[in-house]
Structures are given as C-alpha cells and as structure tokens.
Design a protein around this ligand. Structure first.
Ligand SMILES: *Cc1c(COP(=O)(O)O)cnc(C)c1O
Length: 363
C-alpha cells in the first residue's frame, strides 16, 4: 500500500547516539539540553529572533493566541486542518472566515478588509501546502487596522522567500513538527516571534503558567516538548535539506506526468520562493473523472491520497448551526475543497510509483 505520506526518520544509530546523554543525565523533559539545543538550531535555520518549542503544533497555536491576550473575532480561513479553527474556538474567540485565493489556496487579501470590524482582534492566515500567503498585503492591511497577524505555518517549515523564512512574517508563526510534516520531532511544534516578552509568556504558559519557583502569573497548561522529541528533531534537522531535495524530485516527476493535462490544476510555483514540497495537491476541475472517482480508483489499487482539506472546517458537525459558519460565504474554498486531492508525497517515494499513480489517473 502506498500511503499519502511516510514519516522521515534518521538512521537508527544516529538517534541512539543522540539520546545516550539522557541516560547519564536522567533529565527527560523540562527544557533540558536537547530542548535548548534544538531551539538554538531552529533559530539559526529559520533566522528568527525568538522561538519557543511545544509538545505539538496545536498547543503552540492555542498558547500563542493566549499569549497575545486575544478576545474577540479572528479572521482566518476554513481551508485548513481542524486545528486552526479549533484553536481559535477553544481559546474563546470567534473565527470569521475569509475566502481563499484560487491559485495559492491561502487567505485572499482582497476579501480581508471587508471582514474587519470593531470586534476583530487578529488575523490568522495559513500557508496552505507550504504556499506562502500574500504576506505583504496582509501585513499592510493588518498594520492599517492595528491588528496582530499570527501565521499557521504548520506546512511551511523550510520555505523561504528571497532568503527570509516563513518564521519571520507576521507577529508570530506557528510550526507543527508532527510525524507527517516535512520536518518532524515525532510530535512537536514551535512558535516564532519577534518579541522577547511574547516568548517569555509562551515559555511560562507551556509550563503551567509558572514563571519561577514562587511566581505563577498565568493559568497555564502543560505543553512542553520532551527531550526524546527534541533529540529526534536534532537528528532530522541534519537531513532536512536532503529530504527536501528528494521531495523536489518527486514533485518534478509528478509535474512531468501531469502538467498540461486538461482539467487538472497543479500547484503553482511562487516567484522568489524556495519551496519545501510538503504536499502535491491536484484540483480536478473539468477533468473526465470527479475527485471522488479518482480517489476511489486509486484506493482500489492500494494508493491512498487524501481529500485534504475536505470538508472545510466551517462545515464540521461540531459547528453546525453557528452563525458565520456557512461554507457558502467562502465559495472559492468550497469549490477547491470539493475537487482537491493531495497525492502521495514523501522523500522516499519511488519515482516509478509516481509514474504508476499518474498513469492510473490518466487512463
Ligand atoms: C498539522 C497541522 C496543525 C497541527 O499541528 P500538530 O502538531 O499536529 O498539533 C495545525 N495546522 C495545520 C495547517 C496543520 O497541518
């Protein structure tokens, strides 16, 4: 069976070497040496000023919303993973759904300003599939209205625009290091930001709100990354460039097979952007077969793509009947969600398998 993804792992011995120290120190979590080392390595790689590690991307997102003290409406996109919308709602805020751009699938800045009201407290766009949002226009609109921008950068680890990483755009960026992402720490996440004060608040929040032994200023939870996950991150980071290079070859092979085929919309390259080839989305728009037919046929052949992202988060059963959660308000997102399939994509996916997947689609 060919799954949509397969987790990257370092050589077994490399990981064993990395965790050996932990048997000496008996320090397994609570910001130990691996945690500190990974923070430093990631800061260097991403070129960001401040960074805080988390147990996963979702809690990183909830904690950053809390760290900014947000209460009110947050403008976001429904074309994303459940986590983005759930984080907003779980933090007591109200998501206001903005439609997406039909080419990049990210929040459409043309539709943004009309959604800003006196209740708006932040903008939370998503770098979907590793495609960068229009950070300049979103930034300009946010600045005009005095709103912070928090990016869900879960898909965009290792994406750079003119040498600047996706960690640096907006007031904060959240990354996920889940097993299925381009870079993983088994489970993990991070928030990058410009403010040392915000970082300190994040560090306090992820450790029960404890600032120091006698001072607990926040009602925090527990969202610390442990030493074994940090060690996995240190190993995987060493192989990241090589993994992205292999993903590029897979992407190019798909492109060679599928570009120019009528009824298929492939992911467009972005000017000045160094991509991470996180996903291979195809929108079936006017193709002989419907998206669901392609999905079923591939599955019958042991190939498992994903309807990623379908349904829109605004269509989830848990939000049924809530005002503002109608998918009709975001028609482009609705259309893409109904027609998109992400094809199998991982560094070690054999190119012959890519050819087989493509000929199954095209036959
Ligand atoms: C993976 C993902 C998350 C959540 O990250 P976890 O590390 O799995 O908690 C949030 N947003 C998006 C867009 C994601 O793909």
């Amino acid at each position: 069976m060919i799954n949509v993804t397969r987790s990257s792992m370092p050589p077994f011995e490399e990981y064993c070497d990395e965790i050996r120290e932990l048997w000496n120190s008996h320090w397994l979590t609570n910001m130990g040496c691996k945690h500190r080392e990974l923070e430093a390595e990631l800061k260097r790689f991403l070129g960001c000023e401040e960074l805080a590690l988390f147990t996963n991307g979702h809690l990183a997102l909830e904690n950053v919303i809390e760290a900014f003290g947000l209460h009110g409406e947050i403008i976001t996109t429904p074309f994303t993973f459940a986590s983005t919308t759930h984080a907003i709602v779980r933090c007591g805020c109200t998501p206001v759904f903005c439609d997406i751009d039909p080419v990049t699938y990210t929040l459409n800045p043309e539709k943004l300003e009309a959604l800003i009201s006196e209740k708006t407290v932040a903008i939370l766009p998503v770098h979907v599939y590793g495609n960068l949002c229009d950070v300049d226009r979103i930034g300009a609109i946010a600045q005009k209205h005095g709103l912070p921008v928090i990016y869900d950068a879960a898909h965009s680890f290792g994406v750079f625009r003119n040498g600047i990483s996706s960690a640096c755009f907006g007031d904060a960026a959240m990354f996920s290091f889940h097993a299925t992402k381009v870079f993983n720490t088994v489970e993990g996440g991070a928030v990058c930001c410009h403010s040392g004060e915000v970082r300190q608040r994040l560090c306090d929040l992820k450790n029960f709100g404890i600032h120091d032994e006698e001072n607990v200023p926040y009602v925090g939870g527990n969202a610390k990354m442990n030493e074994f996950c940090a060690a996995m991150g240190l190993c995987n980071l060493r192989h990241l460039e090589e993994e992205i290079k292999k993903r590029r070859l897979v992407t190019e092979r798909y492109n060679k097979n599928l570009s120019g085929v009528a009824g298929l919309q492939l992911n467009a390259r972005q000017e000045g952007v160094k991509p991470n080839y996180a996903y291979y989305p195809v929108v079936f728009d006017g193709f002989r077969l419907k998206r669901d037919e392609v999905f079923d046929r591939l599955k019958a052949e042991g190939i498992v793509p994903r309807k990623y992202f379908y349904p829109l988060t605004s269509a989830f059963a848990c939000y049924r009947g809530r005002p503002g959660f109608s998918t009709a308000e975001t028609p482009v997102a609705e259309r893409v969600a109904a027609n998109v399939l992400t094809l199998p994509m991982y560094a070690d996916l054999p190119l012959e398998t890519v050819d087989r997947i493509c000929s199954l689609i095209l036959e």
